[in-house]
Design a protein around this ligand. Structure first.
Ligand SMILES: Cc1cc2nc3c(=O)[nH]c(=O)nc-3n(C[C@H](O)[C@H](O)[C@H](O)COP(=O)(O)OP(=O)(O)OC[C@H]3O[C@@H](n4cnc5c(N)ncnc54)[C@H](O)[C@@H]3O)c2cc1C
Length: 381
């Protein structure tokens, strides 16, 4: 069968990751989720497969890989464990790719070889207690000092920060300048003046760590500033545009597992002398899920392919994230409905997916922000 989006290599990649997820990730996904435990052994295995190298400059240890490849990997990982998918995507698309795209050769030589093996994990620290959707409101302050900069302030909700050895920090030279005052830095963690506090008790993606960061006169050498002064906002937005494709892919993976689990259960579960899959009410839910997942997947692939061909893709990425995250939430909801009471209790996979799905409508730009971006682009056209 001809696949309009996948060539043979893409199919091989997808099948390889799917087998790996079935074998190595699915069996323990609930355990890590329920214990709020970082899946270190899974991340090592993902690294052993070379997946952290994808799309990173080959001169610094990476291998060729398109955004479509990253979307395929993220979708398949999320099918098994949404936490693993967000650890992967945050490390690769928000940190390693940030340095790969905007870092100096010196920065790339120093950090990328560690990031491509995930011997050092990466994070991006953008969000603050008073600056979430409104990135221009960032208050974390940078001041010049001998040989570099001092950073003071705080961040929260930062994925991977506890485990990360490399954190990209977005700070402001002067908060009154708004987005024009933002600059980005590579911070090696741990370091003097930096306190990292895990924020536990998340609804979903509980195996990934999310942390608060406090900076008290944290020194960053001048060579660790990424790009030119005043470019911080634009560079970060470019990174988030690709990041949104991967959150869309994560959403598709969550939704696909909701469907797969529902198909399996509906054939096994009997009521009134029939498999519940014989009931039209259940079939309608399955049909709706399958159709919407396919539509979400196509939007996701479309934005990935456009970005790979260097075409404008930002609006399409917002559409993909907006739609796919909604499909993830709805599909997980339907999966619980199909599982009945059994789906309401951990460690049932439907229960985990229901909790994991919600965050896809929040991080890397809420659904409201995606609508604003889409509308802005429509009205500007
Ligand atoms: C589990 C998790 C992991 C995360 N990981 C990271 C990370 O690794 N790095 C990082 O920097 N950040 C991370 N975040 C932060 C995430 O990106 C923000 O939570 C998100 O951007 C929303 O910001 P906020 O929480 O401050 O919400 P707010 O901006 O306060 O928004 C609250 C509500 O108001 C709405 N709203 C805001 N502005 C508007 C507007 N103009 N028009 C209409 N509605 C509006 C929002 O859509 C939302 O519904 C993470 C968050 C979570 C929950």
């Amino acid at each position: 069968m001809i696949d309009p989006y996948f060539n043979e290599n893409d199919i091989l990649l997808r099948n390889t990751i799917r087998d790996f997820v079935e074998r190595e990730i699915l069996p323990n996904a609930s355990k890590y989720d329920l214990n709020e435990e970082f899946p270190s052994d899974v991340i090592s295995k993902v690294s052993d497969m070379g997946l952290f190298k994808l799309g990173i400059d080959e001169n610094f240890g990476g291998v060729a890989g398109s955004n479509m490849h990253l979307a395929i990997v993220t979708e398949e990982l999320a099918r098994g464990c949404a936490s693993t998918a967000v650890i992967y995507a945050s490390h690769l698309s928000l940190c390693a790719k940030y340095i790969d795209k905007f870092g100096s050769d010196k920065q790339k030589a120093l950090y990328l070889p560690k990031l491509v093996t995930a011997s050092t994990l990466g994070a991006l620290a953008l969000t603050e207690p008073d600056a979430g959707s409104d990135v221009a409101a960032i208050k974390t302050l940078l001041t010049d000092t001998d040989g570099g900069f001092l950073i003071n302030g705080s961040k929260h909700f930062i994925t991977n920060a506890k485990e990360a050895g490399v954190i990209i920090v977005v700070a402001s030279r002067d908060p009154s300048l708004g987005y024009k005052g933002l600059e980005t830095f590579i911070l090696e963690s741990p370091c003097e003046g930096l306190t990292i506090t895990p924020q536990t008790g998340k609804l979903g993606i509980r195996a990934s760590s999310t942390c608060e960061l406090n900076f008290n006169n944290v020194f960053i050498p001048s060579v660790n500033r990424i790009g030119e002064a005043g470019r911080g906002f634009h560079m970060t937005m470019e990174v988030l545009d690709i990041g949104r494709i991967l959150i869309a892919a994560q959403s598709v993976g969550i939704a696909q597992m909701a469907l797969d689990a529902s198909l399996k259960y509906s054939k096994q579960r009997r009521a009134f002398g029939n498999s519940i899959s014989d009931f039209q009410a259940i079939q309608i839910m399955l049909a709706n899920m399958a159709t919407e997942i396919e539509a979400a997947r196509l939007l996701t692939y479309r934005s990935a392919v456009l970005s790979d061909y260097n075409q404008p893709f930002e609006t399409e990425a917002s559409m993909a994230k907006l739609f796919a995250s909604k499909v993830a939430v709805e599909s997980a909801n339907q999966a619980i409905q199909i599982h009945g009471g059994a789906g309401y209790f951990a460690p049932n996979v439907a229960e985990r997916l229901y909790r994991d799905a919600k965050v896809t409508e929040i991080y890397e730009g809420t659904s409201e922000i995606q609508r604003i971006l889409i509308a802005r682009s429509l009205l500007n056209r």
